[in-house]
Design a protein around this ligand. Structure first.
Ligand code: PAF
Length: 306
């Protein structure tokens, strides 16, 4: 089956392991009552429900979440919704890649059961006035650089949880702070949902897969590789016995400085649970980077254990 491009934002998916040309599409629904009916039927059949929330522009990272859900749950709902409330006014909401036809073709071979792609007006009605505000883990790093971002994420994820009522929900470690925010949301609001965080999927050269990688020119992509190199350097140092967080951070900065087109927004070597600064690496820590490569903002991270 040949796929028809949908609009200017449709871009070819280049990951070598995937060919969307020979696949069938999963069932696509756009209305809440349709997705709820499909889920109710699956529940009647005794199936557990897995949810993979996405904003589309799918890549192998997303597909790994769908595969994991398929392994662990009887019925998998993938949502595709570019959530306006998690983008700041100067961020890339308008140009965020929207590739629904390609996404459906990619999901076909994973055996995704239902794709729920609601309209923005159905998610946020004209009277919408309720948002989730989170303190603590939502405040530093991404929270500081992207004011309102986690308010939008927590709000839409809670809404998706209420719409789908999954047993398990799957997120990628690349958005590590987001996964902490969602765990906090689930714990604080007593949601009966297991949050599963799955490993970051990378290109062979170490670049973490991201829907925003399509923005990168070849030269920018080259600079972006320094992010993965800096994280690998941090892991090597900790493996070889370095326990000073500041020394690890300095070594990471030195690696990033080798990429002329890269501007670091933050670099953190912090407690992996609280995201607070630490002096000594005496527990699992998170090394995280946010950087601009040209106009494109990329994030990546790794967990380091002494
Ligand atoms: O990680 C994402 O793609 C989004 O933040 C999410 C969780 C789908 C909420 O819009």
């Amino acid at each position: 089956m040949m796929l028809k491009a949908v609009g200017w934002a449709e871009r070819p998916f280049t990951h070598s392991s995937m060919n969307p040309s020979f696949s069938f599409s999963p069932r696509l629904v756009t209305k809440l009552d349709e997705v709820r009916a499909a889920i109710a039927a699956a529940r009647r059949d005794g199936k557990t429900i897995g949810l993979v929330p996405t904003m589309g522009a799918l890549h192998a990272g997303h597909l790994s979440l769908v595969k994991r859900s398929r392994q662990e749950c009887g019925f998998t709902v993938t949502t595709i919704f570019v959530n306006p409330t998690q983008f700041g006014p100067r961020e890339d909401f308008a140009r965020y890649p929207r590739t629904l036809q390609t996404d459906l073709a990619l999901l076909g071979p994973t055996g995704a059961d239902v794709v729920f792609a609601p309209e923005a007006g159905d998610v946020y009605g004209p009277q919408h006035a309720t948002y989730v505000e989170m303190h603590g883990v939502a405040e530093p790093w991404e929270g500081r650089c992207r004011p309102g971002h986690f308010r939008g994420v927590a709000t839409v994820v809670l809404k998706l949880f209420n719409m789908v009522a999954p047993d398990r929900a799957y997120f990628g470690q690349k958005d590590y702070q987001q996964s902490l925010v969602i765990r906090r949301l689930v714990a604080d609001l007593d949601l009966p949902i297991e949050v599963c965080v799955c490993p970051t999927v990378r290109e062979p050269d170490g670049l973490a897969l991201s829907s925003r990688n399509v923005y990168l020119s070849p030269a920018e992509r080259e600079d972006a590789l320094a992010i993965g190199r800096a994280l690998r350097r941090a892991a090597e140092l900790v493996q070889s016995g370095q326990r000073e967080a500041a020394a690890v951070a300095e070594a990471m900065r030195a690696v990033l400085a080798t990429a002329p087109g890269l501007r670091v927004e933050y670099l953190a070597v912090v407690d992996a649970e609280t995201l607070q600064a630490i002096a000594t690496i005496d527990r699992t820590v998170l090394a995280a980077i946010a950087a601009f490569v040209g106009p494109t903002r990329l994030i990546d991270n790794t967990l380091l254990s002494p």
